[in-house]
Design a protein around this ligand. Structure first.
Ligand code: AP5
Length: 220
């Protein structure tokens, strides 16, 4: 199964992609996590991407396309993937179409996590992440068992630099202008599945699990 998770920052794409990829044995390919790994590793891509990410702007298409195609090729042979945060511009989506055709691969669905601005601002301001395992928490919505400490890795949680109020506002503007046109792009292809991401995690998981089960049954 192959999915794209689309939606504004803070809609919950990463949270749900992590749970569902483990449940269905899929690869979770998160563009933002991958770029942050390159930054931590001081790779050539990481050095180029750093300033864009810290400002909340998009990393140029050619760099991101190359990185994602490499990750998908590396994951080939597994049961499929969830692409979290890619594509994010019409240019990326067009390049991705060519990649899919060349590799004789099809997408099953593009899940559009529709969330109100008020909700995403609240989620991003309270998000805390574990840099070791990538788990996302929220100070009030999804708190760790011990305040500020990852349940699994037992290390201190951190706040992402791009989760500061000014940068959040800029990321939302970038989403509106550059990413939201992909809703129509994938609707025209008949691939779009809309969900209201303002609900709580359990409600959304139940809805997504129904969809994944249905697609898995058709493909089996
Ligand atoms: P990226 O890391 O992908 O950030 P993003 O899209 O802005 O998405 P987020 O991770 O902020 O949100 P999310 O929807 O995953 O929400 P989450 O599950 O964490 O990208 C970062 C940067 O990298 C970009 O700004 C750009 O510079 C660059 N980049 C990435 N992809 C790129 C691309 N394709 N092209 C160019 N540049 C690219 O949830 C948020 C919080 O809410 C968490 O605290 C969570 O615990 C909580 N939460 C989640 N769901 C719920 C719920 N239902 N109820 C209550 N709380 C919830």
């Amino acid at each position: 199964m192959r999915f794209v998770f689309l939606g504004p920052p803070g809609a919950g794409k990463g949270t749900h992609a992590k749970i569902l990829s483990e449940k269905y044995g899929l690869d979770h390919l998160a563009a933002g996590d991958c770029l942050r790994r390159h930054i931590r590793g001081n790779t050539e891509l990481g050095l180029k991407a750093k300033s864009f990410i810290e400002k909340g702007s998009l990393v140029p298409d050619p760099l991101v396309n190359e990185m994602i195609f490499f990750e998908i090729r590396r994951a080939q042979g597994k049961k499929g993937f969830i692409l979290d945060g890619y594509p994010r511009t019409v240019g990326q989506a067009e390049a991705f179409d060519v990649f899919l055709t060349d590799s004789k691969t099809k997408l099953d669905r593009v899940i559009n996590f529709a969330a109100s601005e008020e909700v995403v601002i609240g989620r991003l301001s309270g998000r805390r992440v574990c840099q070791q395992c990538g788990m996302n928490y929220h100070v009030t919505n999804i708190p760790p068992k011990r305040e500020g400490i990852c349940d699994t890795c037992n290390v201190a949680l951190v706040q992402r630099k791009d989760d500061q109020p000014e940068t959040i506002r800029h990321r939302l503007e970038v989403y509106r202008t550059e990413t939201s046109p992909l809703i129509d792009f994938y609707a025209r292809k008949g691939l779009l599945y809309d969900i209201s991401a303002d609900k709580n995690v359990a409600q959304l998981q139940a809805e997504l699990t129904l969809l994944f089960d249905k697609i898995q049954a058709v493909g089996a």
